[in-house]
Design a protein around this ligand. Structure first.
Ligand SMILES: [Zn+2]
Length: 81
């Protein structure tokens, strides 16, 4: 019996596009996945800095596709308690 070639053991890459809920910028997120090594990782909107989270093995890579659409220059203020 050989279980070393199970599909679940294959590293994966997920790529998706996201619109920032705060400033309207559009960006692409690349996340690498490894079996049993995915942890909640934070990534930030490249335009306003708002943080989002996903499950990934390493820190996600973010590429800006479309600049923010709200016409402002401010940074998103994370509410910390
Ligand atoms: Zn943003």
């Amino acid at each position: 019996m050989n279980h070393s070639a199970e599909p679940d053991d294959m590293p994966g890459l997920s790529v998706f596009e996201k619109s920032c809920a705060y400033c309207g910028a559009r960006f692409r997120v690349l996340a690498s996945h490894l079996p049993r090594q995915d942890v909640p990782e934070a990534y930030a909107c490249p335009e306003c800095g708002k943080h989002y989270e996903l499950e990934s093995a390493v820190e996600p890579e973010v590429r800006l596709l479309k600049p923010r659409s709200d016409g402002k220059q401010d940074r998103y203020q994370e509410t910390m308690f």
